[in-house]
Ligand binder design. Structure first.
Ligand code: PEP
Ligand code: MG
Length: 570
């Protein structure tokens, strides 16, 4: 099959060779060996190749990603040079007359268990290093290759079953031109990251990893959700043309970078950006972001093997606040869970992670994790215009508890002489239907709302945002969703508060006219969607949009709403 269809997750067109990022099969059986000297030599040469590989990766990681990332590989090399570990493996081969694969895995499991049981955080981290590098040596013994996103060093299209947010964070933009996955939807976190990294992506193709071989020529059409495998010269030329047209269009939008976002009848709405790391600020400023509407702080906690310290967090928050130079920055407290895991917290597996022990629920239990983050935020507050937002709030009780902890930390810090900004707005994400329905009560206590439609839609429609088979139920234009959004906006306005939206719906061109009509105050989206949204909003009249949405709210289906918007706004 030369064409795969999926969900257009990040716009743009990319053309390059395929690079399959798939979990290798590292299974083996225990064998008795007669020639133990030859077996030890086989182990030693797998070890040597692994060290050589790691040295090369370390060099290129230092060059492309910085010395900190390179240091991870330095620690891995040290493991492979550890005399105690290596001689234990060799002795096992010799004494038990077993194959190198078996000796390696038995011995390293023993070392891992020993390190994991230690009381010392640093030692526990070494367990993860051993696991990682032993996988590499084992793969050489078995003759299979192990891929890792940070090792990519030429222009490629990454093909994967799924990409975890930490895999996505490691993708090097210089080389990864696009990606496609078997599973995932428009609001899965790999898709969201792809948009902020400006990497064209198509997710949920169902069979990318089974249909595509390493080295196949691939076109990622992130505008229409298509993947072409080994295209004809004619199709390739067509896409090269398409790519140029898209670049021209982007240059047109770029002219709006310093403009305010005004509707045709002169009303201002705020176009803000969603970010995952301080590095994303470059994109926000290049795209004329007027604020940060959502800083997903969980990425600070991911792709590592221990919690970030208060100091590390303070530095990151300070950097973002300073980088925005007094413009509003909404920082969301830790929202872990769902498809964002933290293996080092060793939380038990759950049947329904999206409905489980996550986000504020976890923070209210694991209070030291939460309080550390709150302290870092409070300390950073004097460096800009900070607003704090709690995720996944389902009850007023949760909000009150979280806010009380914030106040306690403020009092404690002030007692030590720390200066903290006098006024910090404290708001919540509205992403659980109970909170949307009860917005009138919440509005009396919170300073603002930010509607998280990625989750609000998944919970309202009972459709897993990661499951491409139910992705047709991701229906931002469904009148049921529009009515919930209206309840929230109206409730906030009655109390003199404001409402933003930081789910993907805020940057959607069909949704924008409806949201303008509903009176949404702030639209927060991937930075790369801002200029296009600004261009669109300039052409829309708020009064007309209010009439349009009145009509939409009375409709029965999402399809009717789409038709109405297209008819009115084209
Ligand atoms: C949302 O749920 O809409 C949201 C913005 O949060 P996240 O996508 O990080 O769950
Ligand atoms: Mg959410």
């Amino acid at each position: 099959m030369n064409l795969l269809e999926g969900i257009a997750a990040s716009s743009g067109i990319a053309i390059a060779k395929a690079y399959r990022l798939v979990e290798p099969d590292l299974s083996f059986t225990k064998k008795t060996v007669e020639n133990v000297t030859a077996e030890v030599e086989r182990f030693q040469s797998a070890l040597a190749v692994s060290i050589e590989e790691l040295e090369a990766i370390k060099l290129s990681a230092e060059k492309d990603l910085g010395t900190e990332d390179g240091a991870i590989f330095g620690a891995h090399i040290l493991v492979l040079k550890d005399p105690e570990l290596i001689s234990s493996i060799e002795s096992k081969i010799k004494e038990d007359k077993v194959n190198a694969e078996y000796a390696l895995s038995e011995t390293s499991d023993m070392f891992i268990a020993m390190f994991e049981a230690m009381d010392n955080e640093y030692m526990r981290e070494r367990a993860a290093d051993i696991r990682d590098v032993m996988k590499r040596v084992l793969s050489h013994l078995l003759g299979v290759s192990v891929m890792s996103p940070s090792e990519i060093s030429e222009e490629v299209i990454v093909i994967a079953e799924d990409l975890t947010p930490s895999d996505t964070a490691q993708l090097n933009r210089k080389y990864v031109k696009g990606f496609t996955t078997d599973i995932g939807g428009r609001t899965s976190h790999s898709a969201i990251m792809a948009r902020s990294l400006e990497i064209p992506a198509v997710v949920g193709t169902g069979e990318a990893t089974t249909s595509i071989q390493d080295g196949d020529m691939i076109i990622v059409d992130g505008l229409n959700g298509k993947i072409h495998i080994n295209p004809t010269a004619e199709l390739l030329a067509e896409y090269e043309d398409e790519y140029k047209k898209y670049e021209v269009q982007k240059a047109e939008w770029a002219k709006l970078v310093d403009e305010k976002t005004l509707t045709a009848d002169g009303n201002h709405v705020e176009l803000a950006a969603n970010i995952g790391t301080p590095e994303d600020l470059v994109g926000v400023n290049n795209n004329g972001g007027e604020a940060i509407g959502l800083y997903r702080t969980e990425f600070l906690y991911m792709g590592r093997d221990q919690l970030p310290t208060e100091e590390e967090q303070f530095e990151a928050y300070k950097k973002v606040l300073q980088g925005m130079d007094g413009k509003p920055v909404v920082v969301r407290t830790l929202d872990i869970g769902g498809d964002k895991e933290l293996p080092y917290l060793n939380l038990p597996k759950e049947m329904n992670p999206f409905l489980g022990f996550r986000a504020i629920r976890l923070c209210l239990e694991e209070t030291e994790i939460f309080r550390t983050q709150l302290r870092a935020l409070l300390r950073a507050s004097t460096f800009g215009n900070l607003k704090i937002m709690f995720p996944m709030i389902a009850t007023l009780g949760e909000f009150r508890q979280a806010k009380a902890m914030l106040e306690e930390e403020r009092v404690a810090l002030e007692a030590t002489g720390t200066t903290i900004a006098e006024k910090i707005e404290v708001g919540i994400m509205v992403e659980i239907p109970s909170t949307a329905v009860l917005a009138d009560q919440f509005a009396k206590e919170v300073d603002f709302f930010s509607i998280g439609t990625n989750d609000l839609i998944q919970y309202t429609m009972a459709a897993d945002r990661m499951n491409e088979r139910v992705s047709y139920l991701y229906q931002p234009y469904n009148p049921a969703i529009l009515r919930l959004v209206k309840m929230v906006i109206d409730a906030s306005h009655r109390e003199g508060k404001w409402t933003g939206m930081c789910g993907e719906m805020a940057g959607d061109e069909i949704a924008i006219p409806l949201l303008l009509g509903l009176g949404l105050d702030e639209f927060s989206m991937s930075a790369t969607s801002i200029l296009k949204a600004r261009a669109q909003i300039k052409t829309l009249n708020q009064k007309d949009m209010a009439a349009l949405v009145e009509e939409a709210l009375q409709m029965g289906t999402a399809e009717e709403v789409v038709e109405l918007v297209k008819k009115t706004c084209n």
